[in-house]
Design a binder for this molecule. Structure first.
Ligand code: UDP
Length: 453
């Protein structure tokens, strides 16, 4: 994967010289501790979701600071992706039926033993390919559940291995214990875990299996590094004439139409059908608002295809209101164009929703808040870290609170000044906590501490 190198000082006009200097200090400490050793990230995908978004943005700055940071992805077959998707739903405590539809109480995995054997084989093979091709002795950061199975192999091969969890514990943890137990079998081999916020991970399971705590790490809890966004990325920079881009992507819209938007992967956890129901049943049509449901292309991703089809079915049941609900797959061939279009859509939205049933962090919220948009989100996972209810956005009473979602949309559409105030506060919250200089500073500090001298 070709990667650029950039100086952290580029961020100074946005975050100030002091913050740049703080990030540079930590990156320099890491560079010196590495003493020529490499840092590798291993993730599932280089294109989809928040992990890819963050790595794409952070790596050039680490490299610009003289750190040999690289990124490898699993080239996993569809059966592995299907199993890890089922595992993901279980870890989130979101139960789905075989088609990915939510709401079922069926908590069984498709053939768990077969799944485990497949998972272990693919992870072992990926670890073998990886270790054959890179210098040993550096750090590997394995991201999320898909790569956890590599951890024991990488540790045995002499790497310092950290597991970075972008997923989080679900609100009703007992529903997900089996899945976490599955995962911790591998994660327990890591030198440490990195979580997005303090109570993101279950710390122990009914069986008593603890999370690994590396020496010197403050107890209780794993390292915490909040995910972050890059204000200089195509996804987040100020745009000229964003409305033109929106019309290009969405098609003609009546002038001054308030747009209510949710951006996300086509994944049952993002509950797009729930958003459509809330819009149809609880948002006052007198506002003339349109609902935009935006996600990436589903090409080569049958599970996303299935969720997308469910969203289309939910829309097609709406009768005349259908014309006000847009379910959009944005082409991914040109990643910069894609990012600029997401940027324009977020920027031109009156309100941005993230009605996830579970969420590790939810970068889309910080992205929208950075653009001064008022955000309405479920009170789950990292969404609670980002949205201070009533100050930098609104939180629903629960992830299934459709009436509350409709009422919150109605309230803010009726009071644009209040929406603007929430947007301003949200922008400042992101500036203070969720920009890339802070994410890199904190990650560099963790990597430095984790690495033996
Ligand atoms: N995203 C995108 N195009 C889309 C949908 C999502 O670029 O069509 C991006 C979105 O802007 C964000 C990331 O994918 O940067 C999603 O990250 P988040 O943490 O919200 O959710 P995840 O996908 O990791 O569960």
């Amino acid at each position: 994967m070709a990667l650029r190198s950039l100086p952290v000082s580029r961020l100074a006009p946005v975050v100030g010289a002091e913050r740049v200097a703080a990030a540079e200090r930590e990156l320099e400490a890491l560079r010196s501790r590495l003493d020529g050793r490499q840092v590798w990230h291993i993730s599932d995908s280089s294109t989809r979701g928040g992990v890819a978004e963050m790595l794409r943005e952070e790596l050039p700055y680490f490299r610009g600071a003289g750190i040999a940071m690289r990124w490898a992805t699993l080239d996993a077959p569809p059966a592995f992706r299907q199993f890890t998707k089922a595992l993901y739903y279980q870890l989130c405590g979101v139960h789905t039926d075989a088609t990915g539809a939510t709401g079922s109480t069926d908590s069984s995995w498709p053939e768990p033993d077969l799944g485990r054997r497949l998972y272990e084989r693919i992870c072992r093979e990926a670890a073998e390919r990886f270790t054959a091709g890179v210098d040993r002795g550096g750090i590997v950061v394995a991201h999320d559940h898909q790569t956890a199975g590599l951890i024991p192999h990488l540790r045995e091969a002499g790497f310092t291995v950290l597991w970075r969890a972008h997923i989080g514990a679900p609100p009703h943890r007992q529903q997900a214990d089996r899945a976490w137990e599955f995962l911790y079998r591998y994660v327990a081999g890591a030198h440490g875990c990195i979580a997005s916020y303090p109570d993101a991970l279950p710390l122990s399971l009914p069986g008593g299996m603890p999370l690994p705590f590396p020496g010197g790490m403050p107890r209780p809890g794993p390292y915490v590094v909040a995910p972050s966004i890059n204000p200089l990325a195509a996804k987040n920079i100020p745009l000229h004439a964003p409305a033109d881009r929106v019309l290009e992507a969405v098609g003609p819209l009546p002038p001054r139409t308030p747009l209510v938007t949710q951006v996300g992967r086509w994944d049952a956890v993002k509950d797009v059908p729930g958003v459509i129901r809330a819009f149809a049943d609880h948002v006052d049509p007198a506002f003339g608002a349109h609902l935009l449901l935006v996600g990436p292309s589903t090409e080569g991703d049958p599970q996303a295809e299935e969720v997308f089809a469910q969203c289309l079915r939910a829309r097609s049941g709406l009768g005349l209101l259908r014309a006000r609900v847009h379910v959009l797959r944005l082409p991914a061939a040109d990643s910069r164009e894609h990012a600029l279009t997401v940027n324009a859509i977020q920027r031109c939205s009156a309100l941005v929703i993230q009605k996830s049933l579970a969420e590790g962090f939810g970068l889309t919220v910080s992205e929208a808040a950075w653009k001064g948009r008022a955000v309405i989100a479920s009170p789950v996972g990292g969404l609670r870290q980002q949205v201070e209810h009533g100050r930098s956005g609104l939180l629903l009473t629960g992830p299934h609170d459709l009436a509350g979602l409709g009422a919150a949309v109605n309230r803010l559409l009726a009071d644009p000044a209040r929406a603007a105030e929430l947007g301003r506060n949200g922008h400042e919250r992101v500036r203070g906590r969720f920009l890339i200089d802070i994410g890199m500073r904190d990650l560099a500090r963790v990597l430095t501490r984790a690495l033996p001298c």
